[in-house]
Design a protein. Structure first.
Length: 158
């Protein structure tokens, strides 16, 4: 972080995917299996990175100063790397609306609403046949309109 003040710095973290199978190769990057606890972790992680002392009462969240931009990733239903010739690039998570809301999306909602994260990264996989970065309902409908993200969305970098 030596370049503070000279260039933008996005910290591509935290990984807030809910672990559904401990054999997943990225389990060590995440906090746990409980969506509530993952959300709690995300909120505190983001606040710890992004908060600038003395800006608690800023009314326009789009104008608040940031020393570091945090990015909650990988939105959403991402918990597979390689399984039976299926990898994260070809995996299509078939998820019910209830499981999506209660398990996979709730940590991201808390990250945006309570943590006021400046960025959300989409996952590689598809969700019910649609890649998250191409789903207007998940991006504009949920993240922008419903949760009021004050930042930007990012695709998952290869």
């Amino acid at each position: 972080m030596y370049n503070l003040g000279h260039a933008g710095l996005t910290f591509w973290s935290p990984n807030i995917n809910v672990v559904r199978d401990t054999r997943w190769g990225r389990t060590q990057e995440t906090s746990r299996e409980d969506p509530f606890m993952v959300g709690e972790f995300a909120v505190n992680y983001v606040r710890g990175l992004q908060d600038v002392e003395g800006t608690e009462n800023v009314t326009d969240l789009n104008s608040r100063p940031l020393k570091v931009s945090s990015c909650c990733k990988h939105y959403a239903a991402y918990d597979i790397d390689s399984w039976l010739n299926i990898d994260r690039h070809t995996f299509d998570a078939r998820v019910s609306e209830q499981d999506m809301k209660e398990t996979f999306v709730s940590p991201f909602e808390r990250c945006v609403r309570e943590g006021d994260v400046s960025s959300v990264m989409c996952s590689f996989n598809k969700i019910n046949g649609i890649p998250p970065c191409s789903d207007p309902r998940l991006l504009k409908g949920v993240i922008r309109d419903e949760w009021d993200l004050h930042g930007y969305g990012s695709n998952n970098l290869k």
